[in-house]
Design a binder for this molecule. Structure first.
Ligand code: SAM
Length: 284
């Protein structure tokens, strides 16, 4: 008989933003603390429920004291506690101090970070991945993770020195999609070595791309699209290992598209035949 028992999470009530536990959670706004503890914070009941349903490991659940009469919330709190999550029932002032918002969410979850190793990626026919070279802007990264989720991508590869996917701003912009897809982080040279193993398309996107992105046959093979850094675009080392380098043709006078918008355009084109209209839809 298995006698191993998970410990039940503690419940505490906190009203002061200067409480040490609250200060430590606030400290997760700094990357060095997130890195040291392997944790990150996420706001909103819906997102926290989605994370738990997807098997993410939550260390602490912080919630407004007035939520305790909502059966929906109590259900999730009980589930979290059985999994060993500590529960903090707090005042709105405390929640406001955690999220730096005037109208704070009523729930914040502190989760353990989870990344996939590059070497453990398994290639499946029709798998779609997005590779980002040194992405700098957390809003762009979060939007791209959300877009990747929307097109049914397996995950997002962060190549080189990238912005932190676990920052509050990036997590906010994912709108919960960070819990739905895989996140991989790797150095450029590690990626270049791994690319040899990738038996599928690697499509670079480049302002000097010679091929129209609509002319590629993306179907029935694994596809990785590579997006360049916001300021400098894709470096030659990455351009040279692509199957094709494509351009999204533009009119007008702008030099380029925003990185997240360009990713959305190519991702929806690459996944076009896999995206089906839902049944029983009627708005007229
Ligand atoms: N100054 C940079 C350059 O010269 O490449 C602009 C980079 S752009 C803001 C960021 C990334 O978005 C590019 O590296 C590319 O991956 C993608 N991108 C933006 N506009 C594009 C276009 N029209 N065609 C293909 N890719 C594009």
């Amino acid at each position: 008989m298995n006698r191993e028992r998970k410990s039940i999470g503690q419940i505490k009530q906190i009203t002061s933003p200067s409480n040490t536990i609250i200060k430590n959670i606030k400290g997760l706004q700094l990357k060095k603390n997130r890195d040291a503890e392997g944790l990150f914070a996420c706001e909103g009941l819906k997102l926290v429920i989605n994370a738990i349903d997807n098997g993410w490991n939550m260390k602490t659940l912080i919630y407004a004291h007035n939520l305790t009469d909502q059966p929906h919330f109590l259900n999730i709190a009980a589930k979290a506690r059985t999994n060993g999550t500590d529960l903090l029932e707090v005042s709105e002032k405390v929640l406001g101090s955690l999220t730096r918002r005037d109208n704070p969410q009523l729930v914040v979850g502190v989760f353990f970070q989870k990344c996939t190793e590059l070497s453990s990626i398994k290639l499946g026919t029709n798998d779609f991945w997005i590779g980002l070279d040194r992405v700098r802007d957390p809003g762009n990264l979060g939007t791209i993770i959300r877009t990747a989720d929307c097109v049914g991508a397996k995950g997002v590869l962060l190549i080189g020195d990238s912005t932190d996917p676990w920052s509050l701003e990036a997590v906010r912009a994912t709108m919960g999609s960070i819990f739905n897809i895989e996140i991989v982080r790797c150095g450029q040279s590690e990626f270049i070595k791994w690319r040899v193993e990738w038996d599928g398309l690697v499509i670079g996107t480049h302002l000097k791309g010679a091929v129209d992105y609509r002319s590629i046959d993306y179907h029935n093979k694994p596809v990785l699209v590579l997006m360049g850094n916001e300021q400098n675009g894709l470096p030659e080392d990455l351009v040279s290992l692509c199957t094709d380098n494509v351009l999204i043709p533009m009119a007008g006078k702008a030099d380029s598209l925003n990185l997240a918008i360009a990713t959305g355009i190519i991702a929806f084109e690459a996944r076009r035949t896999y995206l089906k209209m839902p049944k029983n839809i009627s708005v007229n």
